[in-house]
Design a protein around this ligand. Sequence first.
Ligand code: AMP
Length: 282
Amino acid sequence: MELIRIPRIMHDTSRGHILHGRSIGFVPTMGALHEGHLSLIKRSKDENDITVVSIFVNPLQFGPSEDFQQYPRDTDGDVAKLRKAEADVLFMPDASQVYPSGFMTHIEVGEISEKLCGAFRPGHFRGVVTIVAKLFNIVKPTRAYFGQKDFQQAAVIRKMVKDLDVPVDVVVSPTIREHDGLAMSSRNLYLNEEERKAACVIYRCLIQTSELLKSGIINKEKLKGFMKEKLSAEPLVREIQYASMYDPETLDEVENAGKEVLLAVSVKIGGTRLIDNMLVKA
Ligand code: AMP
């Protein structure tokens, strides 16, 4: 595996592959890699000639009171996992190379960035979309791989790609879960033993709500009430930021479930913010 730290070198490496007619699959990450990330890498390897993985903890997408400093970092562990997964290139730039002094351009996707997580993390998606657009320009992927776990993130990136005619196929891959259903996340490392046990309430809530939906209960207020009740029954759930059913395209709450709806949840367990979602056919 080739390790590249300088954007210009990544740029030239990708150009070389493109000139040879090779397709490039790209998996952008913030590191502390787990099976969720590895599933995206595997898919990229299956579908492309070359797989580039980036690790960059992007300061632009963290709010001032968020966990940028504490965000888990494990470069040695990540490199070992990427070697084993047979990634071709690891692109791991320094912040000073990505955001040199004088940097002042940002990309903002409207409305859908302001809902769900966006309502609780002002500026977050602006930071995400800006770094993803930069990484797309540097890596020049044929396809880029994102996890369904961050459903809104994938939707916002899809919108940016469509609106700006970015020549990249955005591929969204299923959420990989722990044995008890908890969606894998680098932030799960923040949870102590009790919080970790409590966190599986999120998946249980999604599953039980999806069963209700499939049994014919399609009214938002009923389902939302049920979700709130389930989540608040867990004493370690400190805050429910959102828990409801949404239109998978617009991310607006829907009054009555139509063909397909998105059930999405964001809660704080202790100090840790966790999100999860499920697409359900009513
Ligand atoms: P992150 O390192 O958290 O920024 O995530 C990098 C990519 O991995 C994003 O596209 C995430 O949606 C994806 N991802 C994170 N957790 C999971 C998971 N449990 N299953 C599948 N993809 C995931």
